[in-house]
Design a protein around this ligand. Structure first.
Ligand SMILES: Cc1cc2nc3c(=O)[nH]c(=O)nc-3n(C[C@H](O)[C@H](O)[C@H](O)COP(=O)(O)OP(=O)(O)OC[C@H]3O[C@@H](n4cnc5c(N)ncnc54)[C@H](O)[C@@H]3O)c2cc1C
Length: 318
């Protein structure tokens, strides 16, 4: 028995969410009295995965893994799990992780739970806590299958760096066949993926039009934040749908969510309500979003956002 963790990398570095997954996997392995195997593909990041809790690190070097294809990646993880007696899988719920986890669960005939926000209980029944009803509730789910795939929401688990370094074993797995081929990919550069962002600056219809979004982008750039928006904003094509958060959009859990000119409808809160700190800027003191806010600024976004930007630049010396 071993806990297998998929270590996703981007731009030659392991994603923070993967390091969270490795710490999660280590804590789970300790509870189960077993060890952890981190599996990476594509590029090797500079971080030593042992530091974060991997007992073994296998890097797969097959040519078919040089670009992302969920089938080949799931097949590879599955083959390595079979070769190494892996039966619990920990995957961060990133864009890529979301597509690998169900394929892997089918391959392994495993139970799959997504949206996990805390370490599994292993005394007696194996149960996990996951978000439910658009993050308005927490469900405790028991996994009864022998094999389990756990998909962890980024920013839910704290990284620990108290492990010991491990050497990386390179392997050609040779099982990476797929019945779909990714013909081409267009990668956004210089943007922080919304699902993994620790800081998010978001805006709604109160910003009046696409031409005013430079205020949101400037503040986000100064903070090192991702940008997001409400549904009507993406419906009106002021912003791309990839930025739409909420019940019908993306669910995020950043450390700080700044919302300007967003009313705070329940469907919007469904995607952002789990943010650690919420700061709301709205001209209407009765806007529902203030009820969910940790900090509220009753004011015009056209005045507040430039003032926030000025202050952030002063503090950061940029
Ligand atoms: C089935 C369903 C699913 C939905 N899913 C989603 C979803 O996933 N995500 C989502 O966001 N919505 C979703 N909606 C829509 C949701 O109900 C709201 O209509 C939407 O969130 C409102 O967007 P908004 O806050 O940008 O706009 P508005 O409701 O128009 O609010 C604009 C806010 O800006 C404030 N404002 C105006 N001018 C300024 C200014 N100068 N400075 C500061 N504040 C200002 C106003 O006081 C107001 O509170 C869904 C609706 C349905 C029915």
């Amino acid at each position: 028995m071993a806990v297998i963790i998929y270590a996703e990398s981007d731009n030659n570095t392991y994603k923070k969410s993967s390091l969270e997954a490795i710490t999660y996997g280590k804590d789970l392995a300790n509870k189960l009295g077993t060890s952890t195997i981190a599996i990476s593909m594509g590029t090797v990041g500079p971080q030593n995965l042992g530091t974060y809790g991997a007992d073994v690190h296998i890097h797969c070097t097959d040519n078919s893994l040089s670009s992302f294809n969920p089938q080949t990646f799931a097949n590879t993880i599955s083959t390595l799990a079979n070769n190494n007696s892996g039966d619990v899988f920990v995957i961060s719920q990133t864009y890529n992780g979301k597509s690998i986890a169900p394929l892997l669960a089918v391959k392994q005939d495993a139970a799959l739970v997504t949206g996990i926000v805390d370490i599994a209980e292993t005394e007696g029944a194996f149960t996990v806590k996951k978000t439910a009803f658009s993050s308005k509730a927490i469900a405790h789910v028991e996994l009864t299958a022998n094999k389990k795939v756990l998909s962890i929401i980024p920013n839910s688990y704290k990284i620990e760096e108290n492990g010991t370094e491990v050497s990386t074993t390179e392997q050609q797995v040779g099982s990476a066949s797929a019945n779909t081929t990714i013909v081409s990919t267009h990668k956004e550069t210089g943007k922080i993926p919304l699902t993994e962002a620790e800081l998010v600056v978001s805006a709604g219809r109160g910003l009046k039009g696409a031409e005013n979004w430079h205020m949101v982008e400037d503040l986000a750039n100064a903070l090192g934040a991702a940008t997001a928006c409400s549904k009507p904003v993406s419906d009106m094509e002021w912003r791309p749908h990839s930025e739409h958060v909420g019940q019908t959009g993306i669910t995020i859990k950043p450390n700080l969510y700044i919302a300007a000119g967003i009313s705070g409808a329940i469907q919007h809160l469904a995607g952002v309500g789990s943010s650690k700190v919420i700061c709301v800027i709205n001209t209407d003191p009765e806007a529902p979003f203030f009820k969910a806010a940790d900090y509220g600024i009753v004011g015009d976004a056209f005045e507040v956002l430039p003032r926030l930007l000025k202050r952030v630049k002063e503090v950061k010396g940029i």
